[in-house]
Ligand binder design. Structure first.
Ligand code: DGJ
Length: 363
């Protein structure tokens, strides 16, 4: 007798999906509760900070709530630049989405105090045909510097409101503080592209890392020398049957010659377990290490979703895991989780919840 594996898988996937959604919906309410609690906080001009406290409301040096969701970071000439989605508008129901306002940039020399450098890539309000028209989607901006051309190149996810377009976009600037000029959006090498990041290697080669086909695989595609297109070379990794077990929210970093790829599962704005994969070569093969999180709420990534891992300058072995704690019903109030990446004796990344930490936390 032949077993109909496809329909069996579908039923199994359906029940996993239902389980995840129920569980994650409950967590959504917990997060929403935290928000109601802390929105009563004082919003006067922020006193100088000397540490990172994840999960709380974060204010810039002017005392305004930081809007840099799905963010990435660039270190350039002594300054950290944090780029992220400005979601400072109401969440649209029932699809849990905010209109595009633009990409924000914040700068800091100490990693604790962030100055608002304003919107560096604004929405295009007067052209319904523009990829940056407010009713579209603009997510997960990442900026890299091209040493040869002296340009700052931003890559990001652009989509229509139903996430069917699945494009990456490119914008260019002469300064890390913008303005970034939008160039184009497209499906990279013909692949659907949704959550993404870019990674610049020590040899200055750079790569676009993106979830494709509703995140049933992660594609790593090499950029051209000017970082403005793809050179055609790519590999595919982390193949799955798709949501909720597909991989998204990629964050790639390199330590001691090894490449670590942290991803989340695919459950919309709701939390799920992170996964870390490691490879000797950027193009793989990637070997799954498992969930790098340890302790309470490890199985839901401390109620967060990966977005970037930042190397700290001037420290031997210091990396920061950056994640978003989404509040699906109120996305503009979503929080940031930044945790030091620790490594176990097998050189595997470990993430532990720490209420408050600073650069002295690194040995
Ligand atoms: C999860 C992604 O990681 C986010 O960037 C965003 O696209 C949401 N899904 C939308 O549901």
């Amino acid at each position: 007798m032949q077993i109909d594996r496809s329909s069996k898988m579908t039923r199994m996937q359906k029940s996993i999906t239902a389980y995840f959604w129920l569980r994650l919906l409950a967590l959504g309410f917990i997060i929403h509760g935290c928000k109601a609690e802390s929105s009563r906080q004082n919003t006067e001009k922020t006193p100088e900070k000397k540490s990172i406290k994840s999960g709380q409301e974060w204010y810039d040096t002017d005392g305004k709530l930081i809007q840099a969701h799905g963010g990435g970071m660039l270190y350039h000439e002594g300054v950290y630049y944090w780029y992220g989605e400005n979601k400072d508008t109401d969440t649209k129901f029932p699809r849990l989405r905010t209109d595009i306002i633009g990409i924000n940039c914040y700068s800091s020399t100490d990693f604790y105090n962030w100055k608002n450098e304003d919107i560096v890539l604004p929405a295009v309000k007067d052209d319904p045909g523009s990829a940056l028209y407010p009713q579209n989607v603009l997510e997960r901006p990442k900026v890299i510097f091209n040493d040869k051309t002296g340009k700052f190149i931003m890559w990001f996810h652009v989509d229509d409101s139903l996430y069917q377009k699945a494009h990456v976009g490119i914008a260019v600037s002469d300064s890390p503080k913008g303005p970034f000029i939008f160039k184009e959006s497209f499906r990279p090498l013909g692949f659907e592209s949704r959550d993404m990041t870019v990674f610049k290697d020590d040899d200055s080669k750079a790569y676009l890392v993106f979830g494709s086909g509703w995140h049933n695989k992660i594609v790593i595609a090499e950029l051209s020398e000017d970082y403005l297109s793809l050179n055609g070379s790519y590999t595919t990794h982390l193949h799955t049957d798709g949501p909720p077990l597909g991989r998204e929210a990629p964050a790639l970093f390199k330590r001691k010659g090894k490449y670590y790829l942290i991803t989340s599962g695919t459950t919309g704005w709701f939390t799920n377990p992170a996964q870390c994969d490691v490879a000797e070569n950027i193009n793989g093969p990637y070997k799954t290490i498992g969930n790098p999180c340890e302790g309470m709420y490890a199985e839901v990534t401390f109620l967060g979703q990966s977005t970037h891992v930042q190397k700290i300058q001037g420290k031997e072995d210091a990396f920061v895991f950056m994640a978003d704690r989404w509040i699906p019903t109120d996305l503009k109030n979503s929080r940031y989780l930044w945790l030091p990446v620790q490594f176990n004796k097998n050189n595997e990344p470990v993430l532990k919840w720490i209420n408050e930490w600073d650069m002295d936390s690194y040995k």
